[in-house]
Design a protein around this ligand. Sequence first.
Ligand code: TRP
Length: 769
Amino acid sequence: MHVDPLQQSALSFALSVATGLDGRPRRLDARYLYDAAGSALFDRITAQPEYYLTRAEDRLLAAGARAIRQAAGPGTLVELGSGASQKTEHLLDAWCAAGPAAYVPVEVDLHALERACTALRRRYPSLPVEGLAASYERALPLLPAASPMTLAFLGSSLGNLGWHEAPDFVQSVADILSPGDHFLIGLDLVKKPAALEAAYNDAAGVTAAFTRNLFVRMNRELLTDISPGAIAHVAFYDSDRERIEIYAEARHELLIRVPAIAREFRIARGERILTEISHKFRRPSVVATVERFGFRLAWTDQTPGTGRGDAENEFGLFLFRKIPTPVRAAQAARAAVALLAETRARTLEMVAPLTDEDLQRQHSRLMSPIAWDLGHIAHFEELWLLRDSETAATDEQDAVYDPLTTPRARRDQLALPSVATIRQRLLDVRRRVEARLAAPPSKPSSALMQKVMQDGIGFNLVAQHEAQHQETLLQAIALREDLDYRPPFAGEPSMPVGFRPPIESLLVPGGSFVMGTDDRRWAYDNERPAHRVDLPDFHIDACPVTNGQYLAFIDDSGYTRRELWSEAGWSWRQATGARAPAHWRTRSAGGWEAVVFGRLGPLHPDCPVVHVSWYEADAYARWAGGRLPSEAEWEKAAAWDPAQGRARRYPWGDEAWQAGRANLDQRHLEPAPAGAVLAGRSAYGCLQMLGDVWEWTASWFDGYPGFQSFPYREYSEIFFGKQYRVLRGGSFATRATVARATTRNWDLPERRQIFAGFRCVRAPATLSR
Ligand code: TRP
């Protein structure tokens, strides 16, 4: 028996409750339905006269088990969500009859699993049974060792995953299976609503008790105080979405206090909390959907299209064989071309509204002439994808486009080629790169280049480099207050408020987490290696500090009170005379407005403040009774998932960015209001960790323990030390390709051209509970 140590964590239960109850519609994670009492109730559900699913599946398994074993061939039988393993016995009979076999039941409820294992060992004395007490996500990575295998997922459990989760889940199954392995799914089929609704509303009230038990469990494990009598079970069929929805409805107003995370939730009378969904399926779309993930149907209980009417067509069994997927290298090359092309298209769109004169002039000593950035983009691409980087830089362009030989402040004195020449060079280099991708050289020219070209690392590096320069270009353009800039990709100027955060500060309970990453394909050298960091409890702002909050600091004489500023910050303030963020203007009538990409307009009080220096952020935090977070605090709050015991790639999970998850990728040229983009929240409930504004942290930029520079010292290492402060999280102007929870940016503390804001942390003692 293998027991996942994270199984019983009350903290992950509490955080999951908070995430679910903050959401709209409110929901609770269905995995918590299955404690010991819940599993026992579920077994009773399967015996109710209205709940036809289990009996229908059992009949199909009894009739089909031998054919399934024959189609799947020998191997280990692995079962996800095995429960009491009752219906599995038909399969085990067939497996044992056909030759040597082994069984691996995977189940969240440890006690149900232990009981099932004991019963099975008695019934099948010679069958090796190796139980795994874990959630699906935690179990899947441990399973490849069981190959050759048939992975069974019965009871229509796939239907309990949501629209996004079901495909992700099939993908993760595809990832862990080897070609020749099998995936056996049992699914409930679309049928008359009355039969479906009866199954989830049994007359004996067992399903209602199952729903209520979730609240009994919260009372016991989370010390909430919910009267189970206040919870009504509501289940109905949504025929548009072809799914049963199950809710807990509040019979009167509920106050749910969760002491472990110092949160409380008010549920109005009549309000519903979604506890489970159960999709119903159609045979042809099941086959088509699963086959897209590299499977072929190997067996099913009937031939698709020969449905014999409702009664025989209650439930379906589908056995899929994993087939070999096309060569990874070809896929990677195609992805690289697409990424480079998409990135270049944005660069060109970005400069399209500008004249050659706009491109060639240096408008601020802080920035390069835009034409220099363009030439440098081509130069960098040539350097890392077309040339042996170990041969010394030879041609004269190298010196021009080398950021170290030619620092920004001096780039106005350069004799840059004409804009037309630079554009031509961008194109020429790209053509040669595409040719190289189509016919890669058999031997890289050096050991370093071999590493750079491995797994498409060089292409990702070059694409990310260009993407980062796009943000630099936008910074340069934003500094030109005389230029009314409206690029085609930026769409709507602002985003709607999705949700107002109910609280300002969130508790991140103490404990260790893994900071940074070991990923080599996308991460930069400064994000590596992954390492454990232990932190005490802290509270962190749910959202970045807003214009409205920052105005209160200004109005409270924040800029003139010496005690709020660090020594260096005060000298900076004195020298610059700053009394508001960059681009802010006083109105004649009093109050402030701001110039945003050449347009003067009102400040939105709910939008994160942007264009502040580190010194200003630090002074504000002191004024507000807090401090800036360390990088480690920021990253833990953004990425750590205590339920899984691992870091997420993004605050919301590992899935790629989409518009609803963060205000990234230059779709809007300003931050979204605090509380928007709820879908991007982190496990601890923090919003807008990625996108909107880069966030200043208290940390100096330095290497993590065990740092190794790659591909060259000039990327990060030469900036290490007590000179640059780290910024985290990306802004609205950051491309999604470069925005990860581990991405680090750095700049001098006085800089304000960055789209930078901040959030604060507080020690637990300063907060009253
Ligand atoms: N896989 C089962 C189904 O979708 C799970 C289930 C049955 C269930 N009855 C339930 C889940 C009641 C929650 C509540 O049918």
